[in-house]
Design a protein around this ligand. Structure first.
Ligand code: GTP
Ligand code: MG
Length: 372
């Protein structure tokens, strides 16, 4: 971050260098002409001289995620992590019912005293193996994450109502799934209905390049019913088998990198973000940055409303402690100090604002040309 020297700053402001040094000195900062200014100093100086300083090179893509991201592939300390699942499908085909059915069948008994709250993601266990589900309207969250490059989804479940077949949104999610490259499992839902016709669905899906294993293809189709619970175990088993093949890994011992699934402002708690950890461990007390938002993890709350101390890879919790509400799909990272968090957030804020400004200037110009 320290990339401007005292004399460069003075030149930019067209002020004598001695003035700049004096202001710094008066504020208790001993600096000479070749010293680099930190963002705190720059902030103070710009206040003092009544100028607005934007520390951006617009050509310089902002990529703090890459700066800080930990390379899992290359990490000898990476260990197995649970899979993260997104459920997608046509309207009314049973996405919400399926998520609810899995959750109520698998949430550890007694843990929550039956009270569960919606937090946008949850983790269940199948034979002691955790599986995390993203519990938000399927492809909205997915789209937001893809846009920001926070692909947390390891496996996509496409729900198709066996009594209704492939519909426009099913086609849409097939395309999304193919583009993402994530493996797909098809949940043939509503099998309890008399009008259910799994073979019809298999035929339609095959036409879209998703052929069932029993038809000679490579996509698992699991007949189930979110209503009766039939087939849920098969689905979870299949998820674990698919995850095994993917050989998913992360290192729980590094600072956390996580993705925001959803976030909101909550009464008494301030900005709260539901995150899924991609790598590392997120702990209470960590300094965090999330886009232009930053802070310290004040509390981590699990899907049962319980306060927890930390979460590891592929696990999820609500994070309280950011200063503003971040957008879904944003990266939330732990950094080494409060100063670093603040700096990154500020840089990002300036970057976003710059982008926003250049967008609006452009459209104004276009509008004007249109008027002429
Ligand atoms: P949107 O969020 O609106 O896109 O719908 P959804 O895909 O989340 O579907 P939802 O779970 O809301 O289910 C739609 C309707 O189908 C509801 O009336 C459910 O009760 C019903 N339904 C879901 N799963 C089953 C099932 O396995 N069997 C039967 N008979 N009905 C089901
Ligand atoms: Mg729904």
């Amino acid at each position: 971050p320290e990339d401007i020297r005292v004399y460069e700053f003075a030149e930019k402001l067209k002020r004598p260098m001695s003035d700049v040094i004096k202001v710094l000195f008066d504020l208790g900062m001993m600096m000479t002409k070749n010293d680099f200014l930190g963002s705190d100093e720059i902030e103070v100086l710009s206040d003092e001289f009544g100028v607005e300083v934007t520390i951006i090179d617009p050509k310089d893509e902002f990529n703090y995620e890459e700066d800080l991201a930990h390379d899992v592939e290359e990490d000898p300390n990476a260990v197995k992590r649970p899979p993260v699942i997104t459920i997608m499908g046509h309207v009314d085909h049973g996405k919400t019912s399926l998520l609810d059915a899995i959750r109520s069948a698998k949430v550890t008994e007694g843990e929550a005293g039956g009270i569960t709250q919606h937090i946008g993601a949850y983790t269940v266990e199948q034979h002691g193996e955790p599986i995390t589900f993203i519990d938000t309207p399927g492809h909205a969250a997915f789209g937001a994450m893809r846009q920001r490059g926070t692909d947390v989804t390891d496996i996509i479940i496409i729900v198709v109502a066996a009594d209704d077949g492939v519909k426009p949104q099913t086609e849409e999610v097939i395309k999304i799934a193919k583009d993402s490259g994530a493996p797909v499992i098809v949940a043939l839902n509503k099998m309890d209905k008399e009008t259910a016709n799994p073979d019809l669905v298999k035929g339609q899906m095959a036409e879209h390049g998703m052929t069932s294993v029993d038809w000679g293809g490579d996509v698992e189709f699991i007949p189930l019913s979110a209503k009766t619970g039939m087939g849920l175990d098969d689905l979870l088993e299949n998820i674990l088998i698919t995850a095994e093949v993917l050989d998913l890994k992360a290192n729980p011992k590094v600072p956390a990198k996580s993705a925001v699934v959803e976030a909101s402002l909550e009464k008494g708690r301030g900005p709260v973000a539901t995150v899924i950890v991609q790598n590392g461990t997120l702990k209470v007390g960590d300094n965090i940055v999330c886009g232009s938002s930053y802070g310290r993890v004040k509390a981590l709350i699990d899907e049962n409303g319980k306060q927890i101390k930390s979460i590891g890879p592929s696990h999820t919790a609500q994070v309280a402690g950011l200063d503003t509400v971040p957008p879904s799909g944003e990266v939330l990272m732990a950094v080494s100090s409060d100063k670093e968090a603040k700096e990154y957030a500020h840089k990002r804020y300036e970057y976003d604002r710059h982008k926003e400004l250049s967008k609006s200037t452009k459209s104004t110009l276009e509008d004007m040309t249109a008027m002429i």
